[in-house]
Ligand binder design. Structure first.
Ligand code: ADP
Ligand code: ASP
Ligand code: MG
Length: 403
């Protein structure tokens, strides 16, 4: 069997843990598998490097950020390879470039465009373990790019797809996908399986256990994806097609995203094409917009509110300022003290009253909802950040996810 195993930051968090990973990898080799390992930087390392850059600049050149941040993953890949070789298991580490990962030009959130599997195939054919530095690739000009925070998950899925691996295992610090973040609600239950679509919603709505683009790609390429713990032998959670799942739950999980800010535009000139202009500019600049609300028009102007990830707020500000300069928007304000709680489940497609339960749960806790959005399989609410954990726990109880 050809397996791709990805180990996250906590799993390679210190030298002993890297040795623990080496032991796990050696066991897979002993079982007769071909193994490609993808590693993250040691936990805290990427944030530390971001902090170093911020010492000099509020907006460092993104190409330089990629040079800097990609180094964390290269350190762990080399260390793991050294440990494996010392144990008598032939291994080679590879940067994203060496692993043939080509991306577009968007530094710090590049998308993978292609992977040339040949260099990896040759090393595997020579009977060696490959240890790829996650989270990175190169653009057409040969510059290093990174794939967005949490991007090693995407590296692993993309490599599994390119090599047509039998299995892609994501090793992390919890035993799988839970009904909600077990660090917020200790009563959260581990799921044996979850559909790609539900996992994609949970990941997009803040459950950082898997990066959302990795789930999207796993669905597209039909990669067998399992999330499990590097610290135990417990079986993890299988992420699979909806039709493979025995019993669809009404609600599968609750996600929390504290990383959102609200942008409120006042006095927006109400002409055909204005929304397309504003949100088109934001999209071109890779700003991820969600939950747009437009109020009814008054005197030829309207108000528009939307949410963006806090990390993209500076980009959003710059773009909105251009519309203010062009006198198409009068005012803008920002609120970072919000969060988004969401309930996700494929069962919602065929049941009514799911959203009503969410709203009444918030009402019972006296939590004010300021924005709402729904899709076929999710309901999201924006609330004051100080109620984040209370909201998650109450919803978890209201949908009986602890039973
Ligand atoms: P890694 O460093 O291995 O990539 P992450 O920190 O990115 O790990 O993701 C694992 C964390 O995701 C867990 O420690 C947990 O707190 C959090 N998490 C959030 N939502 C969930 C969920 N529904 N199920 C499991 N873990 C979750
Ligand atoms: N080290 C990177 C991050 O912290 C990528 C990853 O761990 O997946 O975001
Ligand atoms: Mg992660």
């Amino acid at each position: 069997m050809l397996v791709v195993q990805k180990y996250g930051g906590t799993s390679v968090g210190d030298l002993e843990r890297i040795q623990n990973v080496a032991n796990r990898v050696s066991e897979s080799v002993d079982e007769g598998h071909q193994v490609v390992v993808v590693v993250s930087a040691m936990s805290g390392e990427t944030n530390k490097l971001v902090g170093y850059a911020e010492h000099y600049s509020d907006e460092p050149l993104r190409a330089e950020m990629d040079m800097l941040l990609s180094s964390g993953e290269r350190v762990t890949s080399a260390l793991l390879s050294i440990a494996l070789n010392e144990m008598g298991y032939e291994a080679r580490s590879m940067s994203g470039r060496r692993a043939g990962i080509v991306t577009d030009e968007f530094h710090t959130k590049a998308r993978i465009e292609s992977i040339d599997p040949e260099p990896m195939r040759q090393v595997l054919a020579a009977g060696k373990v490959i240890v790829v530095a996650g989270f990175q690739g190169v653009n057409d000009d040969g510059e290093v790019t990174t794939l967005g925070r949490g991007g090693s998950d995407l590296s692993a899925v993309a490599i599994a797809g390119a090599l047509e691996a039998d299995l892609c295992e994501i090793y992390t610090d919890v035993e799988g996908i839970y009904t909600t973040d077990p660090r917020i609600e200790p009563k959260a239950k581990k799921l044996d399986e979850i559909s790609y679509d539900e996992m994609l919603e949970l990941a997009s709505l803040g459950a950082k256990v898997l990066q959302n683009r990795s789930v999207e790609l796993a669905k597209k390429l039909n990669v067998n994806l399992v999330t499990r713990s590097s610290f135990s032998d417990a079986e993890g959670t299988l992420i699979t097609k909806e039709e493979n799942i025995m019993e669809a739950a009404l609600v599968s999980g609750i996600a929390l995203d504290r990383n959102q800010a609200r942008v409120s535009l006042g006095g927006v000139i109400d002409r055909p094409g204005i929304a397309s202009d504003i949100f088109g500019r934001l999209a071109e600049n890779q700003v991820n917009i969600d939950m747009i609300i437009q109020t009814s028009s008054n005197d030829g102007t309207t108000n528009m509110d939307f949410t963006v990830p806090i990390g993209e707020l500076n980009d959003a500000k710059r773009i909105v300022d251009a519309f203010i300069a062009a006198e198409e928007i009068t005012s803008v304000s920002f609120d970072e003290n919000i969060c988004k709680v969401s309930i996700v489940g494929v069962g919602m497609k065929s049941h009514t009253g799911v959203a009503a339960t969410a709203f009444s749960t918030m009402a019972n806790e006296n939590i004010n909802i300021t924005m709402i959005s729904t899709s076929e399989i999710k309901v999201s609410m924006v609330i004051d950040e100080k109620y984040a954990e209370l909201a998650v726990r109450s919803l978890h109880g209201a949908y009986k996810l602890d039973q």
